[in-house]
Design a protein around this ligand. Sequence first.
Ligand code: FES
Length: 118
Amino acid sequence: MIPVCRLDELPAGESVRLDTTPPIAVFNADGALYAIDDTCSHQDASLAAGWLEGCLVECPLHAASFDLRTGQPTCLPARRPVRTHRVSVVDGMVHVHVTGAPSVPAEAGAATGEGSAA
Ligand code: FES
């Protein structure tokens, strides 16, 4: 489990990039937290630098869009999904669980207890 930041440092509509290997992007999509691999599956753009709209992030380079819930691209030119990671909030701190399993959004308001927000 990787600590990301305090929940209040990641307001709705914002993202943060973790310099892990590979890098991971964490998003607050209207109060739900999601984590995906940061590197677009089309080329090497950072999805954390993309545009967030609902549960979709649009790549800043060629405008492929990814569903944060599944990691699946929703339009070309990306064809391959990106990995999703589970997010939890423990005592106001956002954590990413790097598993590669499909992610479950954490509600931004539920900030106490291991697993209670995931
Ligand atoms: S690098 Fe993301 S769509 Fe091309």
